[in-house]
Design a binder for this molecule. Structure first.
Ligand code: SAM
Length: 217
């Protein structure tokens, strides 16, 4: 049991870790600036670094990202997984799909990253995989449904990464704002399944807004 209130999160520690973010190339920095200007919720650089590391492990061949935005995560994943890998990434906004497609083209990854303009849950109901790396970064209340949809299509050894699983601290707090209740309940159920549900070996990392990382048994 953690006894100190600041055992995980301290301001100085968070600032220090932020200063350690690995260097990004001009394209990723341009995407970060674009996201900053427009208020787009792209993955944090430290989560990008984690995506890079995990997608390098085991050289996944078929990757799925749920939630594209402008394609930041998809580009990081495709680069890390290597030239034999393909990434399917799902985004419901036609405008964001167009923007992501343009960034993917600028990254020289048009042949390996498929930006798919669709509602994630609808698309997942008919998709067959197999997926050997899956990244959830979309509607938090739907993480349990995304998981139910992809689980049968993840072979043993496949990786699952999910962002924002601590949701601004609400997931760990006793008191939850009414407007966050559905998201928090869904994330608590999702985190429990990932860590203790029996299908995965998994952990919840206090990285960014909380990242779940699991390997299918
Ligand atoms: C947090 S952003 C994704 C960031 C991206 N993964 C990255 O690494 O930069 C989540 C995206 O999911 C999209 N989204 C929301 N609801 C969706 C749905 N039902 N189906 C598909 N995409 C959806 C949003 O438009 C938004 O662009």
């Amino acid at each position: 049991m953690k006894e100190r209130a600041d055992a995980l999160l301290q301001l100085a520690q968070a600032q220090y870790l932020e200063s350690l973010n690995p260097a990004r190339d001009e394209l990723l920095l341009r995407m970060e600036r674009r996201a900053q200007d427009k208020g787009y919720p792209i993955s944090d650089p430290e989560v990008g670094a984690f995506l890079h590391l995990t997608a390098t492990l085991g050289r996944p061949k078929r990757l799925l990202e749920v939630g594209t935005n402008i394609g930041y995560g998809a580009i990081v994943l495709a680069r890390a997984a290597g030239c034999a890998a393909t990434v399917v990434t799902l985004e419901k906004s036609a405008d964001l799909c167009a923007e992501a497609t343009e960034f993917v083209r600028a990254a020289g990854l048009a042949s390996r990253v498929q930006v798919t303009c669709a509602d994630a849950l609808e698309w997942l109901r008919t998709a067959s995989g197999p997926w050997d790396y899956v990244y959830f970064d979309c509607m938090k209340e739907d993480y349990p449904s995304y998981l139910s949809a992809v689980l049968p299509h993840m072979p043993s050894g496949a990786q699952l990464v999910a962002d924002n699983v601590l949701w601004k601290g609400h997931v760990a707090n006793q008191t939850v704002p009414e407007g966050e209740r559905i998201r928090v309940d869904a994330l608590r159920a999702f985190n429990h399944t990932v860590v203790n549900g029996g299908a995965f070996d998994g952990v919840i990392l206090p990285l960014g807004d909380g990242v779940a990382w699991a390997i299918k048994r």
